[in-house]
Structures are given as C-alpha cells and as structure tokens.
Write a protein that binds this ligand. Structure first.
Ligand SMILES: NC(=O)c1ccc[n+]([C@@H]2O[C@H](COP(=O)([O-])OP(=O)(O)OC[C@H]3O[C@@H](n4cnc5c(N)ncnc54)[C@H](OP(=O)(O)O)[C@@H]3O)[C@@H](O)[C@H]2O)c1
Length: 338
C-alpha cells in the first residue's frame, strides 16, 4: 500500500481513510468495532470522526461516535494510527439557540472546549489532525486560527485541517496564519466524487499550488455510486427515508445525489465497472484517490462486507482510457456544455 503525506505535515496516511459518521447510529458498537478491526488489519491507519457524530446529530447521541472510536483505540498502539476529528463549534451547544445558531460559533472558546471534549471521548492525549468542520460565518477567521494555533503549540493537536470550505476561505485562513505566525491548514475535507467534480473547478488548483491535501468525503455519494439505487423501488424507498431525516445534510444528499441525472450517470459508470470486472463502488473510490492532490479518500461502510469494495480500490490504478470514459459520462450527462 502506498502511504501518502497530508499537505506539508508529517502525517503519512493510507490512501483510504475510514469515516465513522454512522458509528453509534446506523452501526451499533459491535458492527463499528468489526469494521474498524477489518480496516486496521488491512493496513488502514487513518480514521476520521467528529465531535457532532453520529449522523444524524441528536442531543442525546452527540459524542457517541468519538466514544466508540476511543474505546476501540484504547486496545491499539496509538502511534500506529492517525486520528482526525472535527470541531463544529460546540457539541454541547448544538441545540441551544441563540447561543449557537446555525453553523456559527467556531470561536476560541468553543475550539478550546471542543478539543478537551474530543480528547476525553477519544481517550487520547493528542489528536493527529484537528479540523474545522465548516467555516464560521460570524467569527473572524483570525480568532479561529489563533485558537487552533494554541492547540498545536500546547501539544493537544499535531496538525490542522479545514472542511466544507471554499478556495477563498481556505486561502484567507492560511494567509492569516502565515502573516501572524500561526500553524496553517494542511488539508481540506470536501465532498468530491464521480457525481460531484466541483472541486476541480478551482479548489484543486489551490491544493496543488499551496500543497494542501484534499481528503475527499462521500466518494460513493453516500452509496448512490454503488449502483444499488438503480432499481426503481429501492430509489423511492431510500429517497423517502433520507427526506424524512431530521438532518438537513442528509436531506441535501438525497436532493443532490438521488435524481434522474445521477442515476443515469451511475448506470454508465456501472457499465465501465462491469467492463473492468470490478464493482461500481470500487471504481468510484479508485477514481477519487487517483488525483495528485488527494492524500486519502474518506469512505463509509455499514458493515464489514461493504468495506471490501473500498479495500479493493487501494492498489487499483485506473488507465487513461478508463479515466476518459468516466470523463465522457460527466460531460454527456452531469455537466453538458453548450
Ligand atoms: N466533513 C463533512 O462535512 C463530512 C460530510 C460527510 C461525510 N464525511 C466523512 O466521510 C465519511 C464517509 O462519508 P459517506 O458515508 O457519505 O461516504 P460514501 O463512501 O460515499 O458512502 C458510504 C455509504 O455507502 C453505502 N455503501 C458503502 N459501501 C457500499 C457497497 N460496497 N455497496 C453498497 N453500498 C455501500 C453505505 O450506506 P448504506 O448501506 O446505508 O446505503 C455507506 O455507509 C464519513 O463517515 C465522514 O467521516 C464528512
């Protein structure tokens, strides 16, 4: 397996990162442990979690995922793993407007409080990659960057990353860091897949030029790219399930990734995968990890059987011909020009 460095950091990670967003909701403890065991045994050394997980976030379950990961971790040599988590403002304040409204409150108080909570739940004395879950719309970036910098200098965090941000926002944060002598963001975690290539528009250029790594999440578009929704009955059942979710991000996922265009594109990707003799899920993960600016693709799995498709992508390199065929699907269906 080819391990890659994140940005300019000393973090060397497997090309697949195990996402834990559904541990404690869709997956119970036993299932979560069996998925983590299998990933670890296969050489995956990189795990991504967040203070607000599991998804969908509920007041009574917030923090459970980090606790599960922490419990599992305590039986492993800490140095053999790269643990990434994310601060969203305040897990404890998720449901207390007006103290915390919408996506705001990534202020220094919540960042410092946030790391203490994550360290406690993860049962660790440091976090390898501490990420801003999404940019704050109110608190100035100077304040967030100063607080993040303090965490690195205190030894609680090794490196910093951001998520769901723009090229402008990420560059602005890192410019502040540069001019004030703070630690910078080494990675960005954004949505990127065969069904959503928007990262290529200008984010990719920023990553290459600034040596920031992309950690793409949802490479299978939440499962759509496995092809399992290309059966009419299944689509409507799952769509309704997503739409009924209390989590607006899951509703958005259904709106964005379960429609006629994405299903038509998936149909074509399924043909390419069939030609290669692999699953469409494997094709999707292999496609996402082939970019030079990608350090590790963050996948999800409901059970350890599903993990096999992602593991199969680890040593798979897609040929130029296959990449061109994937590009044609995008050009023909998802983003036709002219
Ligand atoms: N920064 C952020 O805001 C953000 C947002 C989203 C995700 N993330 C991170 O990215 C991770 C992965 O996200 P994701 O779960 O959306 O990724 P994904 O890999 O696109 O989707 C994973 C889901 O697809 C289905 N699936 C996986 N393998 C399959 C297979 N072989 N065959 C059929 N279905 C399969 C499973 O869902 P079902 O079986 O339930 O269909 C699984 O939970 C998260 O855990 C989290 O760490 C971050």
């Amino acid at each position: 397996m080819e391990y890659r460095y994140i940005g300019r950091s000393g973090l060397r990670v497997s090309p697949i990162c195990l996402g834990t967003m559904t541990f404690g909701s869709v997956c119970n403890k036993q299932e979560a442990f069996s998925i983590m065991d299998k990933a670890y045994d296969a050489g995956i050394n990189f795990f991504d979690t967040a203070e607000v997980y599991p998804v969908p976030p509920k007041a009574e379950t917030v923090g459970i995922t980090e606790e599960l990961v922490g419990e599992w971790l305590s039986g492993k040599p800490r140095d053999s793993l790269i643990i990434a988590t994310k601060v969203a403002g305040a897990a404890s304040g998720w449901f207390v407007p007006p103290v915390r409204a919408g996506l705001t409150a990534i202020d220094s108080h919540h960042i410092i409080k946030g790391v203490e909570g994550s360290l406690r739940r993860l049962k660790c004395d440091y976090i390898d990659l501490y990420q801003m879950h999404w940019p704050d719309t109110i608190v100035p970036r100077d304040e967030s960057m100063e607080a993040f910098d303090r965490l690195v200098r205190s030894g609680k965090v090794r490196y910093l990353g951001t998520s769901n941000d723009t090229a402008y926002g990420t560059t602005k944060s890192n410019m502040i860091a540069k001019f004030k002598g703070y630690k910078r963001f080494e990675s960005i975690q954004n949505n990127f897949s065969l069904l959503n290539r928007r990262f290529l528009d200008e984010m990719a250029e920023m990553c290459i030029s600034e040596k920031i790594s992309l950690l793409p999440y949802s490479p299978m578009a939440g499962g759509v790219l496995s092809g399992k929704y290309n059966v009419e009955d299944n689509v409507s059942a799952r769509f309704n399930e997503y739409r009924a979710s209390e989590d607006p991000r899951i509703q958005a996922m259904a709106d964005r990734f379960l429609n006629h265009k994405t299903l038509a594109a998936t149909q074509r990707y399924m043909q390419i995968a069939e030609y290669l003799g692999i699953s469409t899920a494997t094709l999707a993960v292999a496609w996402s990890k082939q970019f030079s600016f990608v350090a590790s693709t963050i996948i999800g799995a409901r059970n350890k059987e599903q993990l096999d498709d992602s593991l199969a992508a680890i040593d798979l390199t897609l040929s130029d011909d296959i990449l061109k065929r994937c590009d044609s699907v995008h050009a023909d269906i998802l983003y036709p020009m002219g």
